[in-house]
Design a protein around this ligand. Structure first.
Ligand code: 7TS
Length: 416
């Protein structure tokens, strides 16, 4: 693996960029400026190599064969689980359940925990800034079980009103499910306080950590979170692999969603019994290559050092907010103070439709996302149909932020 540079003065993006082959690509004959990291991140060579090596040298199914390749594949798959567990400081590797991504992880909890623990008249607390994948599974659960969804008051910049939140708890409150970082506003939520207040009422908390784990040091034990969901592809890993972290006692009590191979102890014709964690919740052949790739991604992030990655992104966010706010007629969403947020920057320029801004930026080789970002209720709250969203990661540079600001100013002038 190529060792990235990380010094006390911070990481060196030039050195980091050399590890990401795609960043040397041209788009529309212009150097690629990739600012769509909240949708998915690019992959370092260490991750691409881990996938190659698996398929080229030890591809086999896991936990089954008694042959050498299967033993190696099993060892690497389980090593990846241990890397992820130590990355988030889980108490045990078996508290890390591999899923397809955040969406599957949240659905697993809504079915496997929700169907067992939520009944008619019970309440689930959410926010209006959730990604659809931390909203629709709870709507489905509420419909199945006759439960109610209640929304924690927050301002337009995604700051949760903790006092109002604390007053929402009652005998019917069963779960709090909130994002740890908004994929539209960039707001970092006060997760530890949210958990502390919920636990005072014996209510568990699920954190949607899809946008936080790739960008912030996260310690599940310090946060005392009960469930946490995240996706490998947003943190330098492959698509099709993600994680449900769960406290052992909660995972143990959960019903499996997928019955099949690997998750059983004994199968009879009319009944079966389940095996223990983590296999019980991972029925069927998993994404072996994906998990191994995610393990390599986590190693890469640890070598860079999450604190220096966070510092670099913070510096770029301050710079980007500063440059963009100088553009006439721009409306920037999310907290203006970069200390309250990560590097996800949504905006609207004058009367120009976000899709038009996105198309013009693309012509300059700049990749951003324009749309509702799978957060339609939040768009409604903000009073816009869509936003343009630039999202930063460890390999982005000040020069790329300059390109973005110049591109947005040009788009504004073009449509004036
Ligand atoms: N939760 C949050 C906060 C997200 O940002 C996303 C994906 C998900 C859940 C779902 O993750 P998945 O990997 O299961 O799809 N967010 C985005 C986005 O903002 N643009 O594209 C995907």
């Amino acid at each position: 693996m190529t060792v990235p540079t990380s010094t006390a003065a911070g990481l060196d993006p030039a050195q980091i960029r050399a590890d990401f082959p795609i960043l040397a690509e041209q788009v529309h004959e212009r150097p690629l400026v990739y600012l769509d990291n909240a949708a998915t991140s690019q992959k370092p060579r260490a991750v691409i190599d881990a996938l190659h090596t698996y398929y080229e040298t030890y591809n086999a199914n896991i936990h089954r064969g008694l042959h050498a390749l299967s033993e190696r594949a099993t060892a690497e798959y389980e090593a990846a689980r241990s890397h992820v567990a130590s990355f988030i400081n889980a108490a045990h590797p078996h508290e890390v359940i591999f899923t397809r991504g955040t969406t599957e992880a949240i659905n697993l909890v809504a079915r496997g925990w929700g169907d067992e623990n939520v009944s008619e008249g019970d309440e689930i607390l959410l926010t209006e800034m959730e990604h659809h994948s931390n909203l629709v599974p709870w709507q489905m659960l509420a419909r199945r079980r006759g439960a109610q969804l209640r929304y924690i008051p927050m301002d337009d910049e995604g700051r949760i009103d903790l006092e109002a939140y604390a007053r929402m708890f009652g005998p019917r409150t069963r779960l709090v499910a909130v994002t740890h970082m908004s994929n539209v506003l960039g707001t970092i939520t006060p997760a530890a306080q949210i958990v502390r207040i919920a636990h005072a009422h014996n209510v568990p908390v699920l954190l949607d950590a899809a946008q936080s784990i790739p960008h912030l040091p996260v310690d599940v034990q310090a946060l005392d979170a009960d469930f946490m969901a995240f996706s490998g592809h947003k943190m330098l890993g492959p698509t099709g692999i993600g994680v449900l972290y769960g406290r052992e006692s909660l995972l143990d009590a959960m019903e499996p969603l997928f019955g099949g191979g690997s998750m059983i102890r004994v199968v009879e014709l009319h009944q079966s019994s389940w095996t223990g964690l983590p296999d019980r919740l991972e029925g069927g052949t998993p994404n072996i290559a994906g998990a191994i790739g995610l393990g390599a991604a986590v190693n890469y992030l640890q070598t860079v050092g999450m604190p220096s990655l966070t510092d670099h992104e913070h510096e770029l966010t301050v710079y980007a907010l500063d440059l963009l706010s100088d553009i006439d007629g721009i409306r920037l969403f999310g907290p203006p103070d970069a200390h309250e947020r990560g590097g996800v920057i949504s905006f609207y320029v004058g009367d120009v439709h976000p899709h038009d801004v996105g198309t013009l930026l693309d012509a300059d080789g700049i990749a951003v996302r324009a749309g509702h970002h799978c957060a339609q209720p939040l768009m409604r709250k903000l009073g816009v149909p869509a936003t343009v969203r630039a999202s930063l990661y460890l390999y982005n540079t000040h020069a790329e932020v300059d390109c973005l600001a110049e591109g947005v100013a040009r788009a504004k002038a073009f449509f004036a």
